[in-house]
Design a protein around this ligand. Structure first.
Ligand SMILES: Nc1nc2c(c(=O)[nH]1)N[C@H]1C(S)=C(S)[C@@H](COP(=O)(O)OP(=O)(O)OC[C@H]3O[C@@H](n4cnc5c(=O)[nH]c(N)nc54)[C@H](O)[C@@H]3O)O[C@H]1N2
Ligand SMILES: Nc1nc2c(c(=O)[nH]1)N[C@H]1C(S)=C(S)[C@@H](COP(=O)(O)OP(=O)(O)OC[C@H]3O[C@@H](n4cnc5c(=O)[nH]c(N)nc54)[C@H](O)[C@@H]3O)O[C@H]1N2
Ligand SMILES: [Mo]
Length: 775
């Protein structure tokens, strides 16, 4: 740790890039991108301005009522009562005692633990630290699936026996050399390429997409938003109605079938159940042929366009890509199943540059061939508690303990959670229907959060522990998608009294009597050396020579050779399906799944099916709420992270989150560009700043996720959010009984011009403080 007043430079890294931190007189002055990064993410600029922002949490804090009256007291006071700053010892003693009490009284199943994206780095990985600590304590209630591609993570293994169509995407060079047509359902939004979980040295995807274009690839962007395809791609824009991609895919499939353009040999040799699907497609099973005219009426893509696209897809080497956003919607399983089915009908699965891939462009590393390199991880130990809950059912779980529900063929029961421990995520960003969440939030007896900043979740906790950021601790970065290990060095002393999650858990484990088990006697730097040494040893076994830790720490980065012949998805299966069967019950692609059929779910039948979403532009609710709201990922943030930074705040409009709407919809409401608007439905209301643009189709508005929730009156449920968090509007409903994942993209709203003066924003002002309590 440097004390010098001469400028010093450190290696560092984040989810949005590897960089150097420049420090002067002990303070961070700037970050500069890694010299090898051809297109550094603008997000890189965010951390410096947020690092010393007044919304950093200065020291441990306890909600006043909780401190005075103990667990379970005045739970409606969360987010309303002031906080009392306390010493670390006081906070840790209290928390250790509370963990012991809940464990003794209700058992470890009553302890719910969750995380989120937190920061890059494999040692200070917030989730791993939390789960390792709680496993040391005897376990916790775990979650399954995920927010990003949760519905896919349940349905895709049923169809192809693995997650390969998401995790082993055919890589860019193969697409450049073989693909002629790239049909992108949900586009490939350039904004999302800034980010890669764990870090990324080189941002190259836009360059790849340009190379593909130069090689003659034609792009079709099927999305309500034109901006989901970079301008340079000259993509044809099919401005589909949100949540109707399944119908569109069925219309394409129907055209292939009736025009005899489908690959019957492929379907017979590599798939099961096409006959059942065929009967549905032709309307034999339900009286409704899924022809192009039918699909046009639902999706608002003209029938001739659908037919023409189907013929083009059959004529040339076609890669179908589907964004993750499309399955983050009611019945989100269906478009993924329909896309697999469509690709099977085209018969190009397993050929270079053909078939289907899910999530190209979702993050900056997707589509790169992963290097064969060991991936060090902090071991979390094993969890004796076997009960789990799907991530997106968090509010339902708290509101309905003991109630039963369906999940992927199982009948499960919501456990009775008494304590919520969140470390590295923001529930008041990620969960849908925040007014429902606010009700659920009053159920647990204790809520604990580790956070660097006063996020809306931290403001609503009982015990808030200030956490150090990446620049305030040492870590090891790993980027599988560009084959690097990188150093993440402590550049400054922690701001305020912040401590790393590791130090916090170590202190708690000491109080709870399992310090040795938790630390294994290692300091932070010991752990980094240990994790890297293990990786180095494994690498040696696969003839990969990694330099010693000191060399990595000095150079800042170690690169691993990338595969020369990147794999093509499903080649072995295509070459010999008998010798290389898929891990499905049939060993083949399941166009019809007996397993799913046997569950008897009305919202997920045995083959890809068009099922009307709970809310969409074709539903009767449009009489009151005529606009479909897309809450996609923000350009100027990672989720809710660093919303207080200048990068995120410069992207606001009239000091609110930007809401995109089409000129026709704006004119009909008398809304002008830059004005503050009110967005509302039966679940809630928020303010936003209008951006009037033709880059979005009529009838659809877009409000990115992550503005820090800022209700006008925190003591009243349903109060207007002054800032523009779309989750006050979204629907908290499982995608289906199969996946039970987030339906965030299924929501109708109305928008109106705000006639009165907007209330001032308070999201970035720390909560009120009560009198401080000594050690
Ligand atoms: N800058 C930035 N990048 C990020 C993130 C971030 O927060 N900020 N988050 C990262 C994470 S965690 C994830 S999971 C990925 C997510 O990756 P995605 O899920 O692909 O990202 P989104 O931005 O939610 O959605 C992409 C586009 O899908 C379109 N879309 C939405 N609904 C529909 C629909 O029903 N039909 C069609 N055809 N299109 C639709 C929207 O126009 C939207 O812009 O992004 C990652 N990248
Ligand atoms: N409406 C709508 N909602 C969505 C989505 C959507 O498309 N629409 N997308 C969903 C998706 S795909 C995702 S992935 C989720 C994302 O949801 P989250 O992952 O929960 O969101 P983040 O804002 O990344 O939260 C990470 C928090 O960790 C804090 N943090 C950073 N580093 C550390 C650390 O080292 N330790 C600790 N203790 N904390 C740290 C950050 O300050 C931040 O508050 O949101 C979901 N919610
Ligand atoms: Mo995500």
């Amino acid at each position: 740790m440097p004390q010098a007043s001469t400028p010093t430079t450190f290696h560092t890294g984040s989810h949005w890039g590897v960089s150097q931190a420049h420090v002067h007189a002990g303070r961070l002055t700037s970050l500069t991108p890694h010299p090898q990064d051809p297109q550094p993410a603008p997000l890189l600029e965010a951390l410096p301005s947020a690092l010393y922002h007044e919304s950093r949490i200065a020291q441990p804090m306890i909600r006043q009522g909780y401190l005075e009256h103990g667990p379970a007291s005045n739970r409606a006071g969360r987010g309303v009562e002031p906080f009392v700053p306390v010493s670390w010892d006081k906070a840790l003693d209290l928390l250790a005692a509370e963990l012991g009490r809940v464990q003794q009284t209700y058992g470890n199943e009553a302890i719910f633990a969750s995380s989120g994206w937190a920061s890059a780095g494999v040692f200070h990985h917030a989730g791993s630290q939390l789960f390792r600590f709680l496993n040391g304590l005897g376990g916790y209630l775990n979650t399954v699936t995920n927010w990003s591609f949760g519905a896919a993570s349940v349905i895709v293994p049923h169809i192809v026996g693995s997650m390969d169509p998401l995790t082993r995407l055919t890589s860019w060079p193969t697409l450049r050399d073989h693909t002629k047509l790239l049909v992108m359902f949900g586009g490939m939004a350039p904004k999302n390429l800034q980010v890669q979980s764990g870090g990324l040295v080189q941002h190259r995807t836009l360059d790849w997409l340009r190379q593909l274009r130069q090689a003659g690839v034609e792009y079709v962007n099927i999305s309500p938003m034109r901006s989901d395809a970079a301008d340079q791609l000259d993509a044809e824009w099919l401005a589909v109605r949100p949540n109707t991609d399944t119908a569109l895919m069925l219309g394409l499939a129907h055209t292939l079938l009736v025009e005899g353009l489908h690959d019957a040999d492929f379907l017979a040799r590599y798939c099961v159940g096409f006959e059942r699907f065929r009967a549905y497609l032709l309307g034999e099973s339900d009286g409704q042929p899924k022809d192009a005219a039918w699909a046009a009426a639902i999706s608002e893509i003209p029938a001739e366009h659908i037919q023409r696209l189907a013929r083009r897809m059959a004529a040339v080497r076609t890669m179908i890509t589907v964004s993750w956003s499309i399955q983050r919607a009611d019945h989100g399983e269906q478009p993924y199943w329909a896309a697999m089915t469509l690709a099977a009908m085209l018969g190009q699965i397993g050929l270079p540059g053909g078939g289907v891939g899910f999530g190209y462009g979702a993050t900056g590393g997707n589509g790169n061939a992963s290097a064969r390199m060991p991936q060090p991880k902090l071991p979390t130990g094993s969890n004796p508690i076997k009960t789990f809950v799907p991530v997106a059912r968090f509010a339902d779980m708290l509101l309905n303990p003991g109630a039963s529900y369906d999940f992927n063929g199982q009948r499960l029961t919501y456990p009775d959670v008494r304590l919520v421990y969140w470390c590295g995520g923001n529930p008041f960003h990620k969960v849908q229907d925040l007014n429902k969440l606010l009700r659920a939030w009053q159920r647990p007896e204790t809520i604990i959060i580790h956070e660097p900043w006063w996020t809306p979740a931290a403001r609503r906790a009982d015990i808030v522990l200030p956490c150090a950021t990446t620049l305030e601790r040492n870590d090891l970065g790993v980027s599988m998608s560009d084959g690097c290990y990188f150093a993440m060095q402590q550049a400054i002393t922690p701001v305020g009294q912040a401590r790393s999650d590791y130090d916090i858990y170590r202190a708690l484990a000491t109080r709870l009597g399992f310090a040795e088990r938790f630390t294994e006697g290692r300091s932070e730097m010991d752990w980094l050396r240990h994790l890297y040494a293990e990786a180095r040893q494994q690498a040696a076994q696969q003839q990969l020579d990694l330099p010693p830790f000191e060399a990595l720490w000095e150079a800042g980065m170690v690169e691993v050779p990338r595969p020369e012949h990147p794999p093509v998805l499903f080649t072995a299966f295509r070459q010999d399906p008998e010798a290389n069967p898929l891990k499905t019950p049939s060993g083949r692609i399941e166009i019809f799944s007996e397993t799913i059929h046997s569950f008897g779910y009305d919202d997920c039948p045995g083959h890809a099916t068009w099922l009307e979403p709970a809310e969409w532009l074709g539903s009767p609710q449009t009489a009151q709420y005529p606009l479909h709201l897309l809450s996609n990922q923000p350009n100027a943030r990672l989720h809710s992270q660093l919303d207080c930074s200048t990068v995120s705040r410069q992207a606001k409009v009239a000091n609110r989150e930007a809401l995109w709407l089409h000129p026709t919809d704006a004119a009909a409401r008398g809304i002008r560009d830059g004005e503050v608007v009110r967005v509302y439905n039966t679940r809630g209301a928020c303010l936003a700043g209008a951006v009037v643009t033709e880059a979005i189709r009529p009838g659809v508005v877009q409000l990115a996720t992550g503005a820090w929730f800022d209700p006008e009156d925190p003591a009243t449920l349903g109060s207007l959010d002054k800032h523009g968090n779309p989750n006050v509007l979204t629907l908290d409903k499982g995608t289906s009984k199969l996946g039970q994942c987030s339906s965030a993209q299924t929501v109708l709203v109305q928008v109106a011009r705000l006639t009165e003066a907007p209330p001032p924003l308070t999201a970035f002002t720390p909560p009120a403080m009560g009198a401080s309590v000594g050690a």
